[in-house]
Design a binder for this molecule. Structure first.
Ligand SMILES: CC(=O)[C@@H](O)[C@H](O)COP(=O)(O)O
Ligand SMILES: NCC(=O)COP(=O)(O)O
Length: 249
């Protein structure tokens, strides 16, 4: 299918449930294998500094076992870059991290961190990782991502998804237009454009209509749905929503 949107499944919150009891179950790596078997185009996992969900051993197993691309989300710290150099995941996505945050709250400040990010990106590239920067859909960070030599960006969709969920129609329309404009600008610079954070069936379907998006990374909503309908059914429904939005069905 021309211009098919890839679905990257984030398994962080299987690990959240596992860590609630301190045992080994449910196994996030098992979820990754099942997601791939159910049609996921790749797996995303976020190894946070505080290890609140994904742990180092999970990332090592994912890197060793997956049959589809692994997208290692990380802060641009020495610890994480060194781990990525050792594990050599298909992709490394640099995301902002604040210990006190409940979840990611926005895009990476690539404009303010240009000098610090440049060597991090170089090291990840040298390790063979496809580097992605998780940023806001604004001209300055998008232009900086291109200047820094990252081949991929992932646009933060959380603000738009929250506006949709809260019924703030005017803000949702403005945020959608911002995402669409940012995606078009990024593509004009030759960047591969992804999107993620807070996407559900409805917002994934809406955003799929923006032709410049190549991949969505979706986790929290899907893992919640899986509790009720199972992971396979949730992925199938998300796949259908993305294809409908892209006009593929
Ligand atoms: C960057 C992003 O939006 C997510 O991929 C990230 O994983 C969110 O952090 P939590 O998974 O800890 O909520
Ligand atoms: N980068 C976004 C991601 O991997 C998943 O975000 P969410 O769907 O868990 O909010």
């Amino acid at each position: 299918m021309a211009n098919r949107l890839r679905l990257g499944v984030n398994i962080d919150h299987v690990a959240t449930v596992r860590n609630a009891r301190g045992g080994a179950l449910p196994d996030p790596v098992r979820a990754a294998h099942q997601a791939i078997a159910a049609g996921a185009d790749g797996i995303t996992a976020h190894l946070r500094e505080d290890r609140r969900h994904i742990r180092d051993v999970d990332m090592a197993r994912l890197a060793a076992e997956l049959t589809k691309p692994l997208n290692f989300e990380m802060a641009a710290t020495e610890e994480m870059i060194a781990l990525a150099e050792r594990l050599k995941p298909h992709a490394a996505c640099l995301v902002p991290e604040k210990r006190e945050e409940r979840t990611t709250e926005g895009g990476l400040d690539v404009v303010g961190q240009e000098q610090a990010l440049r060597p991090a990106i170089a090291r990840l590239k040298a390790a063979g990782c496809r580097v992605s920067l998780f940023i806001e859909a604004d001209e300055a960070p998008i232009a900086m991502a291109a200047k820094l030599g990252a081949p991929v960006i992932e646009l933060h969709t959380g603000t738009w998804c929250h506006a949709v969920a809260d019924g703030h129609t005017d803000k949702a329309q403005a945020e959608f237009a911002r995402l669409a404009k940012g995606a078009a600008y990024a593509a004009s610079l030759g960047l591969e454009v992804h999107a993620g954070h807070g996407l559900d069936y409805d917002t994934a379907r809406q955003l799929a209509a923006v032709p410049e998006f190549v991949e969505f990374n979706i986790g929290h909503f899907l893992m919640g749905e899986a509790i009720f309908v199972g992971l396979d059914a949730a992925l199938l429904r998300m796949r259908q929503a993305m294809d409908e939005g892209r006009g593929a069905v």
